[in-house]
Design a protein around this ligand. Sequence first.
Ligand code: 87F
Length: 464
Amino acid sequence: MATKSSNVTTKPAKKKEMKKETKLGMAVKKDDNFGEWYSEVVVNSEMIEYYDISGCYILRPQAISIWETLQAFFDPEIKKMGIKNAYFPLFVTENVLQKEKDHIEGFAPEVAWVTKSGKSELEVPIAIRPTSETVMYPYFAKWIRGHRDLPLKLNQWCNVVRWEFSNPTPFIRSREFLWQEGHTAFAIKEEADQEVLEILELYRRVYEEYLAIPVIKGKKSELEKFAGGLYTTSVEAFIPHTGRGIQGATSHCLGQNFAKMFQINFEDDKGGKGMVWQNSWAYSTRTIGVMVMVHGDDKGLVLPPKVASAQVVVIPVPYKDADTTAIKAACESTANDLNAAGMRADLDTRENYSPGWKYSHWEMKGIPLRIEIGPRDLEKSQVRIVRRDNGAKIDVPMGELVEKVQEILTSIQENLFNTAKEKRDACIEVVHTWDEFMTALNNKKLILAPWCDEEIVDQVMSSN
Ligand code: 87F
């Protein structure tokens, strides 16, 4: 599959035209200016706050809770595979960072350095990790002696810094971001190969099962692979609005490149010398940006229920002279029942905001379901459920609340995935010539083309 890689312009909308009566709502439409729309969604949904260093963003609780949900899935899965968490320092000396030349070449301009403490210059500048191969592998060499020390499988949850210069975008391309980086060493290549794919499958599940985003698994071309490694696999998502593919996560087999440079050797069971086979793999907070881009709409964020910190918000709708006490009590017991049944429900009983204002507010924040309770609902012993994904309104008898809400949340999760998949698949175009390829690319298509992975290719890619 081929697409242009993601490159979104995302200066915040200069002057927002707020809806006058509510001071809420989105000023820019997704179809009109995708970049501005994105900036507006991440800020208005309270996930991101801009910071006074370009390319750095504050991740607010709304964003971190999604990150934590993904972590709560991924961390136990890798532990089942025998991978253990560790934490290595943020800093690395120039000497060590430069040790694997292929690796750092091309990346060097993005490395940030600490050169001072207080007013005095440091004797040697110290780099801030852009990734941790060179930080960790000297210790792999120290800790691995014999075949019994293998496999060595470590992961760390941390931040990294890459001083990017092309248009920074919250979550998608930021100068500091959060990720997990896994680094493993094996005696046998086949074991490394197998792990590469097992991790890739976990990444597919992060995107498809949690974020409701279809991804394509694949192997990178020689030009696109991580230069320090043997081969690179990835999951790739597609953003229909830009017509571009975006790398979702990568799982590399590093081969024995780093083992040679860092002398990660071991004595095998027959007393002979062996050199380890290594992998490294990562996914980052970019996951959240892809989710916003794929599911968000003109009302703001749309959260898949599995990653929504609040899945339901209950809002009282008291008309004039209505029995507000009874309505509030019904709202409270609705939220309590849902929470008791294991769902995540919030209650918005604030009196200084109108129900209409609250609807827009929670829609902007992407909450999958809203439940409205007014005097007529009370009379009929029902609640009104409104879906964020398609706006459908469903009246549900109070006695069926828990099962129905559970059912609807599952259906939203499925619908978001299916809709995203349909939209992506509608963009796939099969091409056979370079002209067709370029036309399709300019038409925002996801291209399916013959691929030989050689640098020089014919104008005609294939005859059929
Ligand atoms: C930027 C500056 C310095 C990417 C960089 O993908 C070094 C690098 O090595 C760099 N940007 N990379 C490649 C990272 C490879 C690899 N590291 C561990 C991963 C997965 C996790």
